[in-house]
Design a protein around this ligand. Structure first.
Ligand code: BJW
Length: 261
C-alpha cells in the first residue's frame, strides 16, 4: 500500500459517512480486476500479467455476435470453459468487503448500487444485494430462438455447440460488442448517477463503453470519485482520488477506517 493511502482512505470514509449525517448515496462500478484475486483472468492488463484472458484471444473478434455466427462451436466451448472457472472460483476479500460496505451504508440511511461489468456472479455469492449486471451473466444461457433463459448443470455441456430445449443454439447470456446492454441495467445506472454522492471505479480498465463513461456522469453530478486499480487507466486523472493497488487489500483497509462494520 502506498504511504499516502491511509490518509486517502480516511478522507473517503468521511465522505461515505459524514459525522452527524446519514451515509452517502454510493455507486460502485467493478470490472474484471476485482475477480483477479479469485483466480479469474482479466481481459486486458499489463504485458506482465500472464493471466490476461485475451492474451491468446482477441476480444474484439471473439466476444461478438459475428464470431458466434461464424464458429458457434469454438465460441461456446470457450464460454463453457470460462463458465466452469467462474463456478469453481470463490469470492475474495474485495467482493466480501463490498458486501459489508453495502450493509453499512444502507444501515446508516444511505443507498448503495453495485454496477458490475463482470459476468461471474461472485458479488452476489459474496452477499452483495443491489447488484446490476451490465454485461449479463455467464452462469445463465439463452435460447437464440425463444430467448428463454436456463442455468446449465455445473458440469461441461455434453456436446458443442449446445442446443436449447427448442432445438436452437444456446448462447451465454452475456453482452457482446455491438449489442445493447440490458435496458433495466442502463435505467438503474442512469437513475443512480443522477444523485450519486460517492462513486468508485474498481478493477476496470475503463475502455469499454458505456460503463467507461459513468465516472464522467458521476463527476458531472458533483460526486466524490475514486479509482482503485493496480495500474493507471484513462480515467485516473479524471477522478478525485486514485488508489494504486489490489482491491482485495484496499477495500478491507477502507472498512477498517469505518470501524470494521
Ligand atoms: C486490478 C487487479 C486487482 C487487475 N485489484 N485492479 C463509445 C465510444 C467508443 C466505442 C463505443 C462507444 N459506445 C459503445 C462503443 C462500442 C463498444 C466499446 O466500448 N468498444 C470499446 C472497445 C471502444 N461497446 C459496446 O459495443 C457495448 N454496447 C453498446 O454500447 O451498445 C450500443 C452501441 C453499439 C455499437 C456502437 C455504439 C453503441 C457492449 C460492450 C460489451 C462488452 N462485453 C465484454 C464481454 C462480456 C462477455 C464476456 O465476459 O466474455 O465485457 S468485453 C469485456 O470488457 C467484458 C468486460 O466486462 C469489459 C470491460 O473489461 P474490464 O472489466 O474493465 O476488464 P479489463 O481486463 O479490461 O481490466 C481489468 C483491470 O483490472 C485492469 O485495469 C487492471 O489493472 C485491473 N486489476 N488486478 C484492482 N487485484
Amino acid at each position: 500500500m502506498q504511504p499516502q493511502t491511509p490518509d486517502i482512505l480516511r478522507l473517503i470514509a468521511s465522505k461515505l459517512c459524514p459525522p452527524n449525517s446519514r451515509a452517502a448515496h454510493v455507486m460502485v462500478l467493478t470490472g474484471a480486476g476485482i475477480s483477479a484475486e479469485s483466480g479469474l483472468r482479466t481481459f486486458r492488463g499489463s504485458e506482465r500479467d500472464m493471466f490476461t484472458l485475451w492474451k491468446d484471444f482477441d476480444p474484439q473478434t471473439l466476444a461478438t455476435p459475428e464470431a458466434f455466427g461464424r464458429d458457434p462451436e469454438m465460441v461456446s466451448r470457450w464460454y463453457d470453459w470460462r463458465r466452469l472457472g467462474c463456478l469453481a472460483a470463490e469470492p475474495n476479500a474485495g467482493h466480501l468487503a463490498l458486501a459489508r460496505l453495502e450493509r453499512f451504508i444502507t444501515g446508516n440511511g444511505g443507498s448503495f448500487t453495485l454496477l458490475t461489468q463482470n459476468v461471474d456472479r461472485l458479488h452476489q455469492r459474496a452477499g452483495s444485494r443491489n447488484v446490476v449486471e451490465l454485461h449479463g451473466s455467464i452462469i445463465e444461457w439463452r435460447c437464440t430462438r425463444t430467448g428463454m433463459l436456463s442455468t446449465p448443470p455445473t458440469t461441461a455441456f455434453e456436446s458443442f455447440p449446445p442446443k436449447s430445449a427448442a432445438g436452437a443454439l444456446l448462447r451465454p447470456n452475456v453482452v457482446w460488442f455491438g449489442e445493447m446492454l440490458p435496458e433495466a441495467a442502463l435505467a438503474a445506472a442512469a437513475d443512480g448517477l443522477e444523485r450519486v454522492e460517492v462513486f468508485f471505479s474498481i478493477g476496470t480498465s475503463s475502455v469499454v463503453y458505456p460503463a467507461a463513461g459513468f465516472v464522467h456522469q458521476a463527476n458531472a453530478a458533483g460526486a466524490f470519485t475514486v479509482e482503485i486499480n493496480a495500474e493507471d487507466t484513462p480515467i485516473s486523472r479524471a477522478v478525485d482520488r486514485t488508489i494504486r493497488g489490489a482491491a482485495g487489500t484496499i477495500l478491507p483497509a477502507l472498512l477498517q477506517q469505518l470501524g470494521n462494520p
